[in-house]
Design a protein around this ligand. Structure first.
Ligand code: SF4
Length: 373
């Protein structure tokens, strides 16, 4: 642990200095030069929410040369989709949209849900169906993805077992600190998830991109080490990754936690409850209206501006900039601003719910058949 950051993929993480994190672990900044080589830049990239990468160049080469590449992510089925799950889902869909040759792999991390949260497999199955319906409603094409539950995917489990021979307890402890053995094992299963798209059954070695939050980097480092170690045997290409910053919850806390329900916005919660959360979200407003008119607000500190509108709900850069300037100039007060934000968010949530309803049957089918190609 350092004073600049603490990274724990299963617990509480904080990052005060992203440059230090990047220097220490060899994450490269996502430069404008690199961004300009992408077919188009997602708002998360334009707004530097995705700040770093490992070997993104390899994916750009695949896109430009029309080669197949894999996009890999997953979800721990421990509860309903919330804004944090949506963030990774948006990135997953984006990397699939960058090329018609991209193909997605989506792991339902039910083993991790058991190891970390003791959620029985039959229960996590039901949660997974619900999560998948959200993912489909967000725009995932079910023909361009392979969905599986870790507990049933022999290829992944076999890889995890093989990898267990290549790591020692000391290595795992150095990466993750002292943990229960179930979590160490689920880390090896995740390495299996990330490298399974390169197995002969999945048409062999290929570039793979894994979009993650910065707190998930230990998994990426372990997996890249294993890919290197088993390169001779499997021909693995080291997986690429992009990293998004850690976002706060609605109350401004550094990490979303179910212990703070007012901090988490679920995509399927009632409009009444969602409104309460949005209207009580942490802002960058001043103590009094007079002060805010005089000094202006602080949108950089504001959850409404940053976590909600910039990250999720305001696609138009010009409109976002306009709000930023109005806030800075004291031309808008938080009450009015929140009410406007709620108009946008409530419309989005209502539409999403409708789309999700239509996707439930497809989600069940997808989980049973893995892909609908
Ligand atoms: S006016 Fe809007 S953007 Fe500015 S601090 Fe208040 S809620 Fe945030």
């Amino acid at each position: 642990m350092s004073e600049y950051f603490k990274i724990d993929p299963w617990g509480t993480s904080y990052i005060k200095d992203y440059n230090r994190l990047m220097e220490e672990f060899g994450i490269k900044p996502l430069t404008d030069e690199l961004i300009s080589q992408l077919p188009f830049a997602h708002r998360l990239i334009r707004r530097k929410i995705i700040f770093g990468h490992r070997d993104l160049e390899r994916i750009i080469i695949s896109i430009r040369s029309g080669e197949t590449y894999a996009v890999m992510t997953g979800i721990k089925p421990s509860g309903a989709f919330h804004l944090g799950s949506k963030l990774t889902a948006d990135e997953f869909i984006y990397f699939l949209m960058l090329s018609p040759k991209a193909f997605g792999y989506y792991a339902i991390a039910d083993l991790e849900a058991y190891a970390d949260n003791k959620i029985p497999l039959d229960e996590s199955y039901k949660i997974a169906v619900d999560n998948l319906a959200d993912l489909l409603a967000l725009g995932l094409d079910p023909k361009r993805v392979y969905v599986y539950r870790q507990s049933e995917e022999m290829r992944v489990l076999r890889l995890a077992f093989i990898f267990s021979r290549g790591v020692t307890y000391n290595t795992l402890r150095a990466i993750y600190g002292e943990q229960r053995f179930g979590l160490y094992f689920s880390a090896l299963v995740q390495a299996g998830d990330i490298l399974a798209p390169q197995l002969p059954e999945n048409s062999g070695p290929k570039a793979t991109i894994v979009p993650v939050g910065a707190d998930q980097d230990p998994h990426i480092r372990l997996t890249r080490d294993l890919a290197q170690k088993y390169q001779g045997e499997f021909g693995f290409i080291l997986p690429s990754a992009t990293y998004h910053i850690l976002l706060r919850d609605l109350t401004g806390m550094e990490k979303m936690s179910k212990r703070n329900p007012m901090g988490i916005l679920y995509l399927s919660e009632s409009l009444e409850s969602a409104k309460k959360k949005v209207m009580n979200a942490f802002t960058g407003g001043r103590a009094t209206a007079e002060e805010q008119r005089r000094l202006g607000g602080e949108p950089e500190k504001c959850v409404i501006f940053r976590e909600l509108l910039s990250v999720h709900f305001m696609e138009n850069d010009a409109k976002l900039r306009e709000l930023y300037l109005k806030c800075k100039g004291g031309e808008i007060l938080c009450g009015e601003c929140k009410a406007r934000a709620w108009e946008i968010i409530s419309k989005w949530l209502s539409e999403h719910k409708k789309k999700k309803e239509e996707m439930l049957d497809i989600a069940v089918k997808l989980l049973e058949e893995h892909t609908l190609a």
